[in-house]
Write a protein that binds this ligand. Structure first.
Ligand SMILES: NC(=O)c1ccc[n+]([C@@H]2O[C@H](COP(=O)([O-])OP(=O)(O)OC[C@H]3O[C@@H](n4cnc5c(N)ncnc54)[C@H](O)[C@@H]3O)[C@@H](O)[C@H]2O)c1
Length: 332
């Protein structure tokens, strides 16, 4: 299939591009490089032997989108482009609504104007807000008690996709709700290398390991969990990338929603221990106060993806730690 991948030089996008090319798909990448580097394209070429066509473009630039979509007839768009820093979205909500929601509307207009009916969208477990349970199935209500503008942009985009599907029977949107992506490609060529100050646990652990930050701050050890720290469902980015390939093989008209997670919860202290085991080094950390909006515990029930897409995770937290450390060595 001929696929446009927006955000294809980013963390999850780049790993997905590698899987798509390896499976024989023809891929083009659109990214404004606001949170990624052009050198990722060389890494993709080294890994796959293919140099995908690259548009350095912004989804806020309607004229550029029209130009790109009028040049090629895509079968599918896989849409990763978006801003994802939760704390920044609280400080600068309009930046997030503009980039994520308006950007997606522009993209959808460009698609529909050129007869492209299929989209796979990067959503997030944050759309569930605070559902009052720890194990998440796709049929839980969404949109209630979402604490950040970032999470709300994902919810709003899901609603927009549902409305388009109501108006246009041939439209197909596959909504993939990711849990917590971690790890790197086992080659060490690509991984998570965000510009600016990261918010998520793994990139912060990486900065501590690199000596850039003195220690990891753990937000609260008095939650009602096994060791008092928050529990999340971490998924290796290569497994996540393969989830997109599985979704691509099962595109059908209408809205399809899948949780992509491992189904297993891991606490922050367990993540620290796994990193220490893989690196053979102590990871300095301190316990600080709880962070507003953090839920004690959540994990995916990923059974729908297994049943309908034949997809499940194969890699472990230990694999993710090994590959992250390998990637850090390659970066150094
Ligand atoms: N990493 C996570 O924890 C996580 C969890 C759930 C959902 N997601 C979603 O998955 C997607 C990919 O996440 P990621 O971790 O790879 O993030 P990332 O920041 O590494 O990748 C996003 C890419 O989009 C590009 N981009 C941003 N705004 C753009 C714009 N206006 N025009 C063109 N390109 C633009 C960035 O330069 C970057 O390369 C995002 O939509 C994110 O919200 C991520």
């Amino acid at each position: 299939m001929k696929i446009l991948v927006t955000g294809g030089t980013g963390f999850i996008g780049s790993h997905t591009v590698v899987e798509l090319i390896s499976a024989g798909h023809e891929v083009e990448i659109l990214d404004n490089l606001s949170n990624s580097k052009e050198s990722v394209l060389d890494a993709i070429s080294k890994l796959t032997g293919v140099s995908p066509k690259f548009y350095k473009a912004d989804i806020l630039d309607k004229a550029r989108l029209t130009e790109i979509f009028s040049g090629t007839k895509y079968d599918v768009v896989i849409h990763f482009a978006g801003l994802k820093a939760v704390a920044e979205s609280v400080e600068q909500p309009l930046k997030y609504y503009e980039n994520n929601v308006e950007g997606t509307i522009n993209l959808l207009n460009a698609m529909l104007n050129t007869g492209v009916d299929n989209i796979i969208f990067s959503s997030s477990a944050t759309v569930y807000g605070d559902p009052g349970v720890t194990a998440y199935t796709e049929d839980l209500p969404t949109g209630q008690n979402i604490t950040s503008p970032y999470g709300k942009t994902k919810y709003m985009i899901e609603e927009i996709l549902k409305d388009i599907a109501m108006s246009k029977p041939e439209f197909s949107a596959t909504i993939l709700r990711y849990f917590n992506p971690v790890g790197a490609h086992p080659s060490g060529f690509i991984g998570e290398d965000p510009n600016g100050r990261p918010n998520n646990l793994m990139p912060i652990i990486m900065k501590v390991a690199q000596g850039e930050y003195p220690e990891l701050s753990i937000y609260g050890d008095d939650y009602p969990t096994s060791d008092g720290t928050c529990i999340r469902d971490y998924i290796h980015v290569v497994d996540l990338a393969k989830g997109h390939l599985a979704a691509l093989q099962h595109i059908k008209p209408g809205i399809s929603v899948y949780n992509l997670g491992s189904g297993k919860g891991t606490s922050v202290l367990e993540m620290v221990a796994a990193f220490e085991k893989a690196s053979g080094k102590k990871l300095p950390y301190k316990i600080v106060g709880r962070r507003t909006g953090d839920l004690p515990e959540m994990h995916a029930i990923p059974e729908k993806a297994f049943r309908e897409l034949g997809w499940k995770t194969e890699l472990t937290i230990d694999d993710a730690m090994r590959d992250t450390i390998n990637y850090l060595r390659a970066l150094a």
